[in-house]
Design a protein around this ligand. Structure first.
Ligand code: HEM
Length: 335
């Protein structure tokens, strides 16, 4: 029988074999806005992104932005920004002052060459966590200090333990129906509401400080497993509770690829993400290949791994898709 209150899976007297760090909670909320342009042609998608970028790079804008490219099948490219704000008031003030809000809601966007999408998440600190293999910040951690080395990692269930709310809450989603995509009307704005406790991960791999040899070992041993895992989640993820998945290569603001990638996956609940990470052959292969890489390099690596996980509250989230491919994000999944 399920215990009344969640119980930590941390082994007794746990001392992790390797160090890791986690973002300290910040007072107030954090807003993470994924803002994208979408087109069949990469150059056009990048052109769409440059319009978004002009709004982002103003005074009073986000405290951190990463830019990235990902594809849906062979035909569609998403060029997007992941922009971090100090909560919804900061986002709203920026959106108004920069002109982004008016630009986004204008009917003119529906006749632009590219489609656009926006996935905006607002979280209290108790619904977010991060894990970093070194004390270098990434993602929302750019806005706070890191704590560490921490004890809550290196065992299945560490992610849950780093989410403050999980001490009292199972973080289950009320979703009862099986996920299935519906046909959505093309040439329109699709606004979607994700259920309570939807769980979103951005899982990053940073080879910026790695030399050529290390990059080659990573490309041979780890990357094919990562690509296979992300392909599985993108193509068949619905079967195991992953509503959407994108594998992204980070770029400079003008579109040059960086040695940084990430998987961004939208899971029905934290339990679904946990089950995939601890028992699905695709993550276990990724996980196993990382230890092979360590062995091949005599534990000498500069690769940095990090992730941030958020568990959505019922309100203050916004998923909107303008003229996008029907398999984009949550479009077609929820009313
Ligand atoms: C090269 C890519 C990856 C590598 C090398 C990797 C490796 C690892 C390692 C070593 C851990 C244990 C971390 C710790 O607790 O100290 C871990 C945990 C985890 N990984 Fe991955 N991973 C990769 C990609 C991904 C991706 C793309 C996702 C999701 C889409 C993911 C989801 C998770 C989750 C959710 C956990 C935490 C599980 C828990 O604490 O219960 N990983 N991974």
């Amino acid at each position: 029988m399920k215990p009344e209150k969640p119980v930590s899976a941390m082994p007794e007297n746990w001392e992790p074999p390797v160090p890791a760090w986690s973002a300290l909670p910040r007072a107030g909320k954090t807003t993470i806005a994924y803002l994208a342009a979408q087109h069949g042609d990469k150059a056009m998608a990048l052109q769409g992104l440059s319009a978004i970028r002009n709004f982002l790079e103003v005074q009073g804008g986000p405290y951190h932005v990463d830019y990235a490219l990902s594809t849906i099948g062979a035909d569609v490219t998403d060029a997007f920004a992941v922009a971090y704000f100090h909560g919804p008031e900061h986002f709203a003030a920026w959106s108004e002052q920069s002109g982004f809000g008016a630009w986004w809601s204008s009917d003119a966007r529906l006749s632009d060459a590219s489609g656009y999408w926006q996935e905006r998440l607002t979280l209290p600190a108790e619904r977010m966590e991060s894990l970093h293999s070194s004390n270098v910040p990434d993602g929302h951690a750019h806005g706070v200090d890191l704590r560490g080395p921490i004890r809550e990692h290196n065992y299945w269930g560490g992610m849950r333990d780093r989410i403050e709310l999980s001490k009292d809450d199972w973080l289950e989603t009320p979703l009862s129906q099986v996920l299935d995509r519906q046909v959505i009307t093309p040439a329109s704005r699709v606004v979607v509401k994700a259920p309570l406790n939807f769980c979103i991960i951005r899982s990053g791999q940073d080879l910026s400080d790695s030399g050529e040899e290390e990059r080659a070992v990573y490309a041979e041993i780890v990357k094919p497993n990562l690509i296979a895992g992300m392909d599985f989640l993108a193509q068949q993820g619905l079967e195991i509770g992953c509503a959407a998945a994108r594998y992204a290569v980070e770029i400079t603001p003008d579109g040059t690829p960086l040695a940084r990638t990430f998987g961004n996956c939208l899971f029905v609940s934290m339990k679904h993400l946990e089950d995939w990470s601890k028992s699905h052959p695709t993550h276990l292969s990724i996980f196993g290949s990382f230890f092979k890489m360590l062995k091949a390099r005599n534990n000498q690596i500069s690769l940095r791994l990090w992730h941030e996980v958020v568990v959505l509250p019922n309100d203050e989230q916004h998923f909107e898709y303008l003229n996008c491919h029907p398999r984009t994000g949550l479009s077609g999944l929820f009313q």
